[in-house]
Design a protein. Sequence first.
Length: 278
Amino acid sequence: MTTLEVLNAAASYLEKRGVESARLNAEHLLAHVLGMPRRIELYLQFERPLSEVERAPLRDLVKRRGEGVPLQHLLGEVEFCGRLFICDARALIPRPETELLVELVLKESGAAASILDVATGSGVIGLSLALSRPDVAVTLCDISPEALSLAAANAVRHGLADKVARKESDLFDAVEGIFDVIVSNPPYIPTSDISTLSREVKNDPVLALDGGADGLRIVERLVKDASGRISPGGLLAMEIGHDQASRVVEILKTHNFRDIVVHRDYQDVERFVFSRHG
């Protein structure tokens, strides 16, 4: 079978099993198996016959993708803010809209000297900020030792192992110091909604998704505790659920945060809340 024939067969298999963007998924998997850094290279080899040795690992990957294993887990990495990060089941898969959170923090952080990434997961937010602002001291914290080990691996990949601090901590419990910027993509999905998520999202750790009965249990704790761990005028930046902005604004006001701004994501959804303390 040629590259094109194998690609068409894989895409057809994935489409029948309800995988969105089946053709794109098939291209990524085949390029991965063939060791191509860019899937566009496939288009230059459509007529090349593929050996059984080349096709065998693809069959396994396509089968697993059809069963709902996320593409990012099969590839072992995900692109975020123009860089490749290790990605597996230890932490939430970074979403494209979260890149906007990083962009906004870079824009709003000004002369900040310290940044804390709370519930860091794979570390992509804090590490992206550290790579863009090498003059800033960045700390990553997460309650999950598995997630923190993934963040550590990503720090090594990007040459930040000795430059970014890491702390296993339930929010601020084990973290010391005051920070100019606190950024977080905390769990914010209501518990009752977890069962309705797509099979791909269900591969994310429940700990990284479940925000309690109303989705705001962690957010409320985060805001309350952040008020004592952020410098005067410091920036608190959070990603939130699509229908939570008005409630989060009220929580922030209760804990002496001001200059509250709600930012929309690429789909025009109220997704990020920025505020200053004091």
